[in-house]
Ligand binder design. Structure first.
Ligand SMILES: Cc1cc2nc3c(=O)[nH]c(=O)nc-3n(C[C@H](O)[C@H](O)[C@H](O)COP(=O)(O)O)c2cc1C
Length: 139
């Protein structure tokens, strides 16, 4: 089946990320049923989310997420066909950067980074042990 991958970023309405647990719970339930996988990262300023799944499903889910009032300034950075998923095991992995850590982009404006760069940073944050001092998984 043709698979599509999307990356976006946005700003949480609740800057302390108080909605993250609720969002992950609903995402894991819905995404398991829809065949969607991915990762949601929160730092001091942004949500970054990577989503993978069938193109029509992903398009619909992204439309729903975009309208969610728990975040603002939704900016789609990447929407592309892929051969295989990056996150086979995760209906929605969660990662929170620790306050003052510099975050996913090391303080760079995500508008200045390509969608591919943001994709790579999210994958690195989820897999690389050397970032674990700056970030913690959210179960
Ligand atoms: C940052 C963020 C990421 C989200 N990610 C997902 C997701 O991956 N999958 C999903 O179904 N809903 C996600 N949501 C929640 C949706 O916006 C929406 O609340 C949910 O899909 C509604 O599900 P329901 O119709 O079962 O109540 C996200 C919301 C936010 C703010």
């Amino acid at each position: 089946m043709l698979l599509t991958q999307a990356v976006y970023f946005s700003t949480p309405r609740n800057p302390r990320g108080g909605d993250l647990g609720d969002i992950l719970a609903i995402s894991r339930r819905n995404n398991a049923a829809l065949g969607v996988t991915g990762a949601l990262v929160l730092d001091d300023i942004f949500y970054f989310q990577l989503l993978e799944g069938p193109r029509n499903v992903l398009s619909h889910v992204i439309g729903t997420i975009q309208q969610d009032t728990r975040h603002l300034n939704f900016t789609l950075a990447l929407f592309r066909d892929i051969e295989a998923r990056a996150f086979t095991d995760w209906t929605m992995a969660g990662m929170r950067f620790l306050p003052g850590s510099g975050g996913l982009t090391g303080g760079r404006d995500p508008l200045a980074l390509s969608g591919r760069d943001l994709h790579d940073l999210i994958c690195r944050a989820m897999t690389r042990d050397d970032l674990r001092k700056d970030a913690e998984p959210v179960m």
